[in-house]
Write a protein that binds this ligand. Structure first.
Ligand code: HXC
Ligand code: NAP
Length: 302
C-alpha cells in the first residue's frame, strides 16, 4: 500500500522534476518509501532487488497511486556484471541518473562465534561489495560525462560505536561510511557528492524478521531507551533522503546524519542487550530468521 502523500513531505510539489534516481532495494521498506517520496516530487525513479515480482509490483503500486515513472529492475547487486547491465539499461532509458541511494542490505542477529564464512559473506557481499560496485558503475559514467550527482548511502549508527551481534553488518556499513568520506573528497570537485543516513529503528518487515525475530512490526513497543520514546516514522526518513538528494543541499558533502531520536547517544543503539540470551533463545532466533530467509529466497528471480 502506498504510504505517503505530498502532505507528508516538507517540499514544494515538483521539486525533483528532471531528476533521475536509482534506489537499490527499493521494492520494500525504507527504499520503497524513499522511492515514493522522489516519485511524488516529480523524479523518475528506478528500484532494484532480487525479487523481480516485488520490484515490479512496487513500481506499479507507486505509479498507480501517484503517476509519474517508476521502473522496477531485477538485479542482484552481489554480481558486478548484473550491476553493469542494470546501469546500462537505466542510462539507455533516459540518460544519466542524478542520484543514487545505496539502500539494499542483508542482515541478521547472530553471536559472532556462530557465524560461518558463508554467513559473513551473505551480508558483506550485499552491503560492502555490492554498494561499492553500484557506486563505481554510476560514478565512472558521471565522471566521464561531466554530470553532477548525489549519492546517499543508508547506514546505521553502528558505524560510530560498533554493532555487537550484528558484526558483519556493522563492519560493512562502516566501510561505506569511509567510502562516503573518501569519495566526497575525491569526486566532490568533479560534481559527485556523497552523504549518508544512519537510521535508528524504523519498523519494516525485512529488518524485524531478522533483527527482532518473532515480533511483528507493530506489536512491539519502542525500545524504552530511545530518548524520544518512539520508533522513526517513514515520512521522516523520506524527507531527509530528499534533502540530501536534491540540489538544495548542494554544499553538504561527506556527512553521515543520524535519524534515531538520539538513540545511539543514550544507549549505543545496538543489540548489546542480547548478551543475556542463552542457547535456546539463539536457536529460536536462528530458526525464525532462516524461515524468513527461505520465504524471501523462494521469490527471487535473479
Ligand atoms: C547464523 C545464519 C543466519 C542466522 C543465515 N545464516 N541466517 N547464520 N545465524 N540467523 C547463514 C546461513 O546458515 C548460511 O551459511 C549463510 O548465512 C547464507 O545464508 P542464505 O540464507 O543462503 O543466504 P542468502 O540467501 O544469500 O540471504 C542473505 C541474507 C538474507 C543476508 C542471509 O537475510 C537476506 O537476503 N536479507 C535481505 C533483507 C534483509 O536482510 N533486510 C534487513 C535489513 S535491516 P552456511 O554456512 O550455513 O551455508 C538492516 C539494519 C537494521 O540492515 C538496523 C536496525 C537498527
Ligand atoms: P528491507 O525491506 O529488507 O530492505 C532491504 C532491501 O534490499 C530489500 O528490498 C531486498 O530485496 C534488497 N536487497 C537485498 N539484497 C540485495 C541484492 N543482493 N541485490 C539487490 N537488492 C537486494 O529492510 P529495510 O529495513 O527497509 O532496510 C533498508 C535499509 O535501511 C538497509 O540498508 C538497512 O541496513 C537500513 N536500516 C534499516 C533500519 C530499520 O530499522 N529498518 C535501521 C537502520 C538501517 P530482495 O530481497 O528482493 O533482493
Amino acid at each position: 500500500m502506498a504510504e505517503l502523500t505530498q502532505n507528508d513531505l516538507m517540499y514544494r510539489p515538483g521539486l525533483m522534476k528532471g531528476q533521475r534516481i536509482l534506489i537499490t532495494g527499493g521494492g520494500t521498506g525504507l527504499g520503497k518509501v524513499m522511492a515514493e517520496a522522489c516519485l511524488i516530487l516529480g523524479a523518475e525513479v528506478y528500484i532494484c532487488g532480487r525479487r523481480g515480482g516485488v520490484v515490479e509490483a512496487t513500481a506499479k503500486e507507486l505509479t498507480d497511486a501517484h503517476g509519474g515513472k517508476c521502473v522496477g529492475v531485477a538485479c542482484d547487486i552481489r554480481v558486478p556484471e548484473a550491476i553493469a547491465d542494470m546501469i546500462e539499461t537505466v542510462w539507455a532509458d533516459g540518460g544519466a541518473l542524478t542520484g543514487l541511494v545505496n539502500n539494499a542490505a542483508g542482515n541478521f542477529i547472530s553471536r559472532t562465534e556462530d557465524l560461518s564464512a558463508r554467513g559473513f559473506d551473505a551480508i558483506s557481499n550485499i552491503v560492502f561489495r555490492g554498494s561499492f560496485f553500484v557506486t563505481l558503475e554510476c560514478g565512472k559514467r558521471w565522471l566521464a560525462e561531466g554530470k553532477h550527482a548525489s549519492v546517499v548511502s543508508i547506514l546505521t549508527t553502528w558505524v560510530w560505536n560498533g554493532g555487537p551481534f550484528t558484526v558483519p553488518s556493522a563492519m560493512s556499513k562502516a566501510g561505506l561510511n569511509v567510502m562516503t568520506q573518501s569519495l566526497a573528497v575525491e569526486w566532490g570537485g568533479r560534481g559527485v557528492r556523497f552523504n549518508a543516513i544512519a537510521p535508528g529503528p524504523f519498523p519494516t518487515e525485512g529488518a524485524w524478521a531478522r533483527l527482532n525475530p518473532g515480533a511483528g512490526t507493530d506489536s512491539e513497543p519502542a525500545d524504552p531507551t530511545i530518548p524520544l520514546g518512539r520508533n522513526g516514522e517513514m515520512r521522516e526518513l523520506a524527507n531527509l533522503a530528499v534533502y540530501l538528494l536534491d540540489t538544495g543541499s548542494a554544499y553538504v558533502n561527506g556527512q553521515t546524519i543520524a535519524i534515531d531520536g538520539g538513540s545511539h547517544l543514550q544507549s549505543g543503539g545496538g543489540f548489546n542487550r542480547l548478551a543475556s540470551w542463552g542457547d535456546a533463545e539463539w536457536e529460536a532466533a536462528r530458526d525464525s530468521i532462516r524461515s524468513a530467509n527461505e520465504k524471501d529466497r523462494a521469490q527471487r528471480t535473479v
